[in-house]
Design a protein around this ligand. Structure first.
Ligand code: PXL
Length: 282
């Protein structure tokens, strides 16, 4: 199995590729990377960070890969630095995803009801287009609201089904993270998603209070690792949600600053055991 992760390298702060690469590789499959930008830290909670857009490097990288005849079973995209990079991801899908392969899009744009720095309405509109060519999309609740033109502040427990319904107009398999069932936004309180049969499902974990950076990256990476191991979507969602929740729980116990990301390293062994168990069951 060969996975391609398209995302930025935030050198400090444990998100994007510094999370995707170790988790997907540990799951037991090859993880190649296509970096979209290099930042000294991620943009959430830090100021004065450096940002080098790597768009210019991408066409020659892709030309070289074409000469090698590379094809991927899974392509997963995350943080994209510009509208042009959204088009680039579409062309990577066309040229490098196997016919039987799956495209997973994490439409990284915001959290806690707000867009991250550098993102605006035109970017959101283009991201809808990328979601249309994906097999699975993994927005958090904020991103799900952006993609469905839903007012984040008026969302409550009753809204989740409707949001999933609207997301399905973009992509057959949406998985929305961070849905709280008591009205407030929680961290990994519940994932709402659509399985292959088209029914809306919900997987709830224990809720850990607080805002933790990089949780979405841990979730999507663990999900892709599980899918690439041949585990079905329902079980893959459960494994990824528990791994993320346990990583958040450990981070809260550690009392590290939230902007430095999740302690998912401590939960890696448990994640791998869950994968082995599920893969054996078939
Ligand atoms: O975790 C999402 C993410 C990824 N990459 C960069 C970010 C963020 C969120 O703030 O700034 C550069």
């Amino acid at each position: 199995m060969r996975v391609l992760a398209i995302n930025d390298i935030s050198c400090v702060g444990k998100c994007s590729l510094t999370v995707a690469l170790p988790i997907i590789s540990a799951s037991g499959v090859t993880c190649d990377i296509l970096p979209t930008a290099i930042l000294s830290t991620h943009t959430g909670g830090f100021t004065g960070y450096t940002f080098r857009d790597l768009s210019e490097d991408i066409p020659p990288i892709l030309a070289h890969w074409k000469s090698l005849g590379l094809k991927y079973d899974y392509i997963v995209s995350g943080y994209l630095g510009s509208i042009e990079q959204i088009d680039m991801v579409k062309s990577v899908k066309r040229d490098f995803l196997k016919e039987s392969g799956l495209m997973i899009v994490d439409p990284v744009m915001g959290d806690n009801g707000k867009l991250y720095a550098h993102f605006d309405k035109p970017f959101v509109e283009q991201m809808k287009g990328l979601c249309r060519v994906a097999d699975i999309i993994v927005p958090n609740l904020t991103e799900a609201c952006c993609l469905t033109d839903t007012d984040y502040d008026s969302v409550n427990e009753q809204s989740y089904g409707e949001i999933i319904g609207k997301l399905k107009e973009l992509c057959p398999c949406p998985s929305v993270t961070g849905c709280d069932e008591t009205g407030k936004t929680g961290v990994m309180s519940a994932v709402y998603y659509t399985n292959k049969g088209g029914a809306t499902q919900r997987y709830a974990t224990e809720k850990i209070e607080g805002a933790f950076h990089g949780a979405g990256d841990v979730y999507v990476s663990a999900l892709v690792g599980a899918l690439a191991r041949g585990i079905g979507l329902d079980t893959a969602v459960a494994i990824a949600a528990e791994f993320t929740k346990d990583s958040i729980k450990q981070t809260a116990l550690d009392k590290t600053e939230a902007r430095y990301g999740l302690n998912s390293e401590s939960q890696m062994y448990a994640y791998l055991c869950a994968l082995e168990k599920a893969a054996k069951r078939g």
